[in-house]
Design a protein around this ligand. Structure first.
Ligand SMILES: [Zn+2]
Length: 470
C-alpha cells in the first residue's frame, strides 16, 4: 500500500521536476522575473578559446538602475563614486564569471568515467549589485529528498539580482545520479553525505565530494544544506546546527521561527565539512523523502528568506517580522521495543504529555497491540511514517523547549527507569528508556577503510542512524 502510493508520487515528482527545469532553462520565469540577462564569460579565455554555451539563462526585465551597465561601460574611474560603497565584484566560479547584477545557470561536472555516466549538475548563481556575503543553498545531496529541491527553486528564482547584496549560489540537485533513480545514495550505494570534503584520489563518492566542495562550497560564506527525514521518517521543519560554534549559532538564530536542534553532524557531512573549513553551515530538515510537501516547502522557504534578510542579502520583507526567532529544543528518540505494524496516534508538531500514546504497534500474527507511550512531555519534531517496524527502530523524535545554552549542551531527557504501567493483557507498555544515540555513533565515514581496500567496499551499505538524517 505504502509503496504503491509512493511510487506514482515519485514518478510524477520526477516528471514535474524535469519539466520545471526545462521551463527554467528555456523560458522566462512565470512569477517575478528573476534572472537578469546573464553575461557569462570564460574566466580564462586562453584556456577556453570557445565561449562556453550557457543554454539555461533566463532573460528578465531590467528593474534596477543599470548599475552594472554603468560599471561595465565606464572605462575611467568615476570620481563621483570615490566615497561611495565599494565596487561590487564579479563572481568567478566553475570557470565562468557572473557580473554584478546578473544571474546565470552554470554546470558542475564531475570527471566522467564514461560517456553519459554523469550529467552536468545545474548551479544557479545570482550575483548582486552590492558587495556582501555569498549564501549557498544545496539540496538533494540525498537523491530522494525532493522538498529541498523545490525550496531552492522558489528562493533562487525570486531573487532580483539588481536588489541583491552579495550573492546566492543554489544547487537544487547535488546528487543528480541518486535523484534520477529516486534513491538516497550514489550508484555505488554510498552515502555522498559521509564523504565531504572528499579527496581528489579517494573513492568514487570521495572524488565527487571533493569536486563539489572545491569547485562550489569554497565560494560560500554561509551554507544551508537542505534535507528531509531519512528512510520513511518525516521531520517537522528544523535546523540542525553545531551551536557550540558561535558563528554557526549566529547563523541558526537568523533562520526565523523554526525548531533548532544541537548537532555536530556526522563526520563527512557537507555541513560539518563546511563548518570545519570555516564556513558557518546549518542543515534545514523538512518533511519526508520521496515527497513534495507544500507545508514543509513553505516553511523551508520562509526560513531561508529570513536568513537572507538577517544576513543583509535582501531588504526586510513587509510580510514577516524580523523579530521572529527560532525555538531551541533538546530532544530524544523513542524506539519501538517490539516489532509490528505502526499506526501513529500523533502528528508532526503535536504537543504530547508524559504517558500520551504516540502510536500503536500491531502484530499481524498474534493480533496483539503494543502502545508506544511518551516517556516525557514535549513536541513531536520527527516521526516514522506508518510502516512495519522492528525492535529498536526509532519511531518518535520528541523535543523539549530549552534555551540556546541548554540546547547547545543537551542533557539526557529520558527518565532513568522506564515506566512499568501495563495497559492490559494484550497491550504492553512500550515506553523506551534507551538513551538517544550519542553523536559519536553517527559515524558513517569509513573512508579510510574504503581507501585501503576499495574492492571490498562496494557491497557495504551504510545504514543511517536516526540522528543522521542529514
Ligand atoms: Zn538527507
Amino acid at each position: 500500500m505504502h509503496q504503491a502510493v509512493i511510487k506514482p508520487l515519485v514518478l510524477s515528482s520526477l516528471f514535474w521536476l524535469a519539466n520545471s527545469y526545462e521551463a527554467f532553462a528555456q523560458t522566462p520565469a512565470t512569477t517575478e522575473p528573476l534572472v537578469e540577462q546573464a553575461i557569462v564569460e570564460p574566466a580564462d579565455a586562453a584556456e577556453n578559446p570557445t565561449p562556453t554555451q550557457i543554454d539555461t539563462v533566463v532573460p528578465v526585465e531590467n528593474t534596477g538602475t543599470a548599475m552594472s551597465d554603468e560599471l561595465e561601460s565606464s572605462a575611467e574611474p568615476n570620481l563621483m563614486n570615490i566615497d561611495a560603497e565599494p565596487v561590487p565584484s564579479a563572481l568567478t566560479i566553475l570557470n565562468q564569471t557572473v557580473q554584478p547584477g546578473k544571474s546565470a545557470v552554470l554546470k558542475w561536472e564531475v570527471e566522467a568515467t564514461f560517456v553519459d555516466a554523469s550529467a552536468p549538475v545545474p548551479v544557479l548563481v545570482v550575483n548582486g549589485t552590492k558587495p556582501g556575503p555569498t549564501l549557498c543553498l544545496t539540496a538533494a545531496v540525498h537523491g530522494d529528498e525532493l522538498n529541498g529541491i523545490e525550496i531552492v527553486r522558489r528562493v533562487v528564482h525570486e531573487i532580483n539580482p539588481e536588489k541583491l547584496t552579495g550573492a546566492v549560489i543554489g544547487v537544487p540537485i547535488v546528487n543528480l545520479q541518486g535523484f534520477q533513480r529516486a534513491n538516497r545514495y550514489l550508484p555505488d550505494r554510498r552515502d555522498l553525505n559521509r564523504y565531504f570534503p572528499g579527496r581528489i584520489k579517494g573513492s568514487y563518492a570521495s572524488r565527487i565530494a571533493h569536486s563539489f566542495f572545491s569547485e562550489i562550497i569554497t565560494h560560500c560564506d554561509y551554507l544551508v544544506d537542505l534535507h528531509t527525514g531519512s528512510l520513511s521518517r518525516t521531520n517537522l521543519p528544523q535546523i540542525r546546527a553545531n551551536l557550540m560554534i558561535p558563528e554557526v549559532a549566529a547563523l541558526a538564530e537568523k533562520m526565523g521561527s523554526i525548531v533548532v536542534l544541537q548537532s555536530k553532524g556526522a563526520p563527512g557531512t557537507l555541513r560539518r565539512a563546511a563548518t570545519e573549513a570555516g564556513i558557518p553551515a546549518v542543515t534545514l530538515e523538512a518533511g519526508a523523502p520521496n515527497n513534495l510537501q507544500k507545508d514543509a516547502v513553505e516553511s523551508g522557504v520562509k526560513s531561508v528568506l529570513s536568513a537572507m534578510d538577517s544576513l543583509g542579502l535582501t531588504a526586510p520583507k513587509p510580510f514577516w517580522k524580523r523579530s521572529e526567532e527560532p525555538v531551541f529544543y533538546q530532544s530524544t528518540w523513542i524506539r519501538a521495543r517490539k516489532g509490528g505494524i505502526l499506526f501513529s496516534k500523533v502528528e508532526l508538531g503535536d504537543t504530547v504529555k508524559k504517558g500520551s500514546v504516540l502510536g500503536l504497534l500491531s502484530d499481524p500474527v498474534s493480533n496483539k497491540t503494543t502502545r508506544i507511550v511518551a516517556p516525557i512531555e514535549g513536541r513531536v519534531i520527527g516521526m516514522a511514517l506508518n510502516q512495519v517496524m522492528y525492535p529498536g527502530f526509532a519511531a518518535y523524535h520528541i523535543g523539549l523547549k530549552s534555551s540556546i545554552v541548554e540546547a547547545a549542551q543537551p542533557q539526557e531527557l529520558l527518565p532513568e527507569e522506564p515506566s512499568t504501567e501495563n495497559g492490559g493483557p494484550d497491550i504492553a507498555n512500550n515506553t523506551s528508556s534507551e538513551s538517544p544515540i550519542p553523536e559519536a555513533e553517527e559515524v558513517g565515514s569509513d573512508e579510510e577503510e574504503f581507501d585501503a581496500d576499495e574492492s571490498t567496499s562496494i557491497e557495504e551499505m551504510e545504514l543511517p542512524t536516526v540522528d543522521a538524517d542529514d
